[in-house]
Write a protein that binds this ligand. Structure first.
Ligand code: HEM
Length: 507
C-alpha cells in the first residue's frame, strides 16, 4: 500500500515538475538564488537545517540585490523582491490581491486573512469600518486596563523574558475587543495563547516543506496528528468562549440609541451579529473571522511589543527620551488619563515604536499570487505564480534607509526624513487594499503598553541587537529571548504590589 502511494506521489511530482518548468520559462532571464539544483531547487538552504540556520539562509537569499529574482522551494518556484517600487506594484495591482494556497493551511478560509479573492473582496469592504478610528478610540479603556494588568504581573519580577507576559496582555486585549470576553475570568485562558503559538508553528513548518503540501500526504505525518490534536483543543476552548458570548447576547436587552453609540466599545462580534455592517455574514464567516482576529491580533502585537521592549532595554539613553515624553504628556504618579489626543502627542514614542517595527517586522515575508497574467515592469508573470515580498530585507535597503540601515535609530521616522520617503518603503503593516486591517488598533495598543511599561520600570539588558537570533517561522520569532531586568520607577502604579487585577468587562 505504502509503495503504491509513494509511486503515485512520485509520478504526480514529476508531472508537476515538468509542468512548472514549462510555465516558468517566462522567468528564464531572472537571476536565481544559488545554489540551485534540479528537483530540490534551493532546498539545500533549508533541508536538514536548524530553524535558526534556515532563517539566516532564507533571509540572506531574499536579500538579493536584483529587483526581481527567483527562488525554488523544491520544485515550486517563487518570484521574489525586496524592492520598494516593485512591492508597490504588486501590492496595489488589482489582480494581485489573492494569497497562495499555503494560507489555506491556517484552516480559516472564510476569514478575511486567508480568504480567496472572491470571498475576501466583499468581506474586507464590509469589515473596514469595524476598525475605524472612532471604534479604536472606544477601545482605549480596555487597552489601558490590560496594560495596567501587565505591569502588575511584572511587578514581582526583577528579570524576565517579557514576551509571554506581553502575549497574555495582547490576547486579553483582542478577546475583550473582539468577543467582549475578560480572559481573567475565563478558566484556562493562558492555554489559548500557547495553542495559537503551536498552530502557527505547525503551519509554518508545513509551508516550508513542499513535500507535505498535498493534504493526503500531510495526513500521513506525525505533524498532522499533533496539529489536529492541538486544533481540537483550541477550538473546544474557543467554542466555549463563543457559547458564553451568544448566551450573553441572548439575555441582553436592546439598548435605546441615545445618540452616543461610540460611548460603549463596539465589540467586533456584536457588529457582525447585529448586522451593523453592509453585508450579512454567514455562520462560518463569523466564526472564522472571530478566530482570525484573535490569532492575527494577539501574537503579532505581542511579539512586536516584545521587540519594542528589547529596544528600550538596549538603548537606555533613548528610553529616557521616551520616558520624559510620556511624563510630559502624563505627569504625576496617579493613573494616566489616556485619550486619543494625548496619544497623538507621543510623537517620539511613536517614532521609537515604528523604528523597532522597521528592524523587526513580525510579518517578515508576505506572499501573493496573481489571478490573471500581470505585467511587472515588462515581465509578463502568469496567473498562479507565487510572488514573495521580503519586508525584512526591504526595511534594510541602504539606498532607501541610508548607510546605517541596520542600526536602530528612531530619527528614521522624524517628520523631515519621512517626508521624502517612498510611500511603500515602510511595510510593517503591508500596503495596498490588502494591508493589515488592524494597524491603527495595533499602534494604539503598543503605545498604551509602552506608557505603562516605561512609567513603571527602567528596562535593561546585557544583550545587543547583533546577539538576536531568529528562527524560521511565518512570523519573526526570536530563537532565544534575552532577559530584561526591571527596575521600579517611582512614577509607577501606586497600588501595584499584590494589587487586584482589574476586570476588563464590567458586568
Ligand atoms: C504590530 C502588530 C501587527 C503587525 C505588524 C501586523 C502585520 C500585518 C501584515 C504584514 C499583514 C499582511 C499579511 C499578508 O499579506 O500576508 C497583516 C494582515 C492582517 N492583519 Fe495585521 N498586524 C498587526 C496587528 C494586527 C491586529 C491587532 C489585528 C486585528 C485585531 C490584525 C489583523 C489583520 C488581518 C485580519 C489581516 C488580513 C487582512 C486582509 O487580508 O485583508 N493585525 N497584518
Amino acid at each position: 500500500m505504502i509503495e503504491v502511494l509513494l509511486l503515485v506521489v512520485l509520478i504526480a511530482s514529476v508531472v508537476q515538475y515538468v509542468r512548472i518548468r514549462r510555465t516558468m520559462s517566462f522567468a528564464r532571464n531572472l537571476p536565481s538564488v544559488e545554489p540551485c539544483y534540479p528537483i530540490i531547487g534551493n532546498g539545500l538552504l533549508f533541508l536538514g537545517q536548524s530553524d535558526e540556520k534556515r532563517f539566516v539562509n532564507v533571509n540572506t537569499a531574499l536579500s538579493h540585490p536584483a529587483k526581481l529574482f527567483k527562488m525554488w522551494i523544491g520544485f515550486v518556484p517563487m518570484i521574489c523582491t525586496n524592492d520598494t517600487n516593485m512591492a508597490q506594484k504588486i501590492l496595489t495591482h488589482p489582480d494581485c490581491m489573492q494569497k497562495p494556497y499555503f494560507y489555506d493551511f491556517f484552516k480559516l478560509e472564510y476569514g478575511v486573512f486567508s480568504a480567496h479573492y472572491d470571498i475576501w473582496k466583499g468581506q474586507r469592504k464590509a469589515l473596514n469600518p469595524t476598525f475605524n478610528q472612532k471604534i479604536i478610540n472606544g477601545f482605549i479603556p480596555i487597552f489601558d486596563t490590560c496594560a495596567q494588568n501587565l505591569t502588575k504581573r511584572l511587578m514581582n519580577h526583577k528579570t524576565v523574558q517579557i514576551i509571554p507576559f506581553i502575549q497574555r496582555c495582547t490576547l486579553e486585549m483582542v478577546c475583550a475587543t473582539t468577543i467582549g470576553t475578560d480572559l481573567n475570568r475565563q478558566e484556562g485562558a493562558d492555554k489559548l495563547s500557547y495553542l495559537i503559538d503551536k498552530i502557527f508553528h505547525f503551519v509554518s513548518r508545513r509551508i516550508l516543506s513542499v513535500f507535505i503540501h498535498l493534504e493526503y500526504v500531510y495526513r500521513l505525518t506525525q505533524d498532522y496528528r499533533t496539529e489536529q490534536r492541538i486544533r481540537k483543543e483550541a477550538y473546544k476552548y474557543a467554542n466555549e468562549i463563543l457559547r458564553d458570548v451568544r448566551a450573553r447576547k441572548a439575555t441582553e436587552t436592546i439598548e435605546s440609541n441615545d445618540g452616543d453609540e461610540f460611548r460603549k466599545p463596539q465589540i467586533f462580534i456584536d457588529q457582525l451579529l447585529n448586522h451593523q455592517i453592509g453585508k450579512k455574514f454567514e455562520e462560518m464567516e463569523i466564526i472564522h473571522n472571530v478566530y482570525t482576529m484573535i490569532t492575527a491580533g494577539s501574537d503579532t502585537s505581542g511579539n512586536e511589543m516584545g521587540y519594542v521592549s528589547l529596544m528600550l532595554a538596549m538603548h537606555p539613553g533613548l528610553q529616557e527620551k521616551v520616558y520624559r515624553e510620556i511624563m510630559t504628556v502624563f505627569p504625576g504618579s496617579s493613573d494616566p488619563i489616556i485619550t486619543p489626543e494625548a496619544l497623538k502627542q507621543l510623537q517620539y514614542t511613536e517614532m521609537f515604536i515604528k523604528e523597532s517595527m522597521r528592524l523587526f517586522p513580525v510579518g517578515p515575508n508576505i506572499l501573493r499570487t496573481p489571478i490573471k497574467d500581470v505585467d511587472l515592469d515588462g515581465l509578463i508573470v502568469p496567473k498562479g505564480t507565487f510572488l514573495c515580498i521580503s519586508i525584512f530585507n526591504a526595511h534594510r535597503r541602504k539606498e532607501v534607509w541610508g548607510p546605517n540601515a541596520d542600526k536602530f535609530d528612531p530619527e528614521n521616522f522624524s517628520p523631515e526624513r519621512v517626508e521624502g520617503r517612498h510611500p511603500f518603503a515602510y511595510l510593517t503593516f503591508s500596503g495596498g487594499t490588502r494591508n493589515c486591517i488592524g494597524s491603527r488598533y495595533a499602534m494604539f495598543s503598543l503605545k498604551i503598553m509602552s506608557i505603562h511599561l516605561v512609567r513603571n520600570f527602567k528596562l535593561r539588558t546585557n544583550a545587543h541587537i547583533e546577539d538576536l537570533q531568529f528562527k524560521f517561522d511565518a512570523m519573526l520569532r526570536l530563537s532565544t529571548e534575552p532577559e530584561i531586568s526591571l527596575e521600579r520607577r517611582r512614577t509607577g502604579a501606586k497600588n501595584a504590589e499584590g494589587g487586584e487585577l482589574r476586570p476588563l468587562v464590567t458586568s
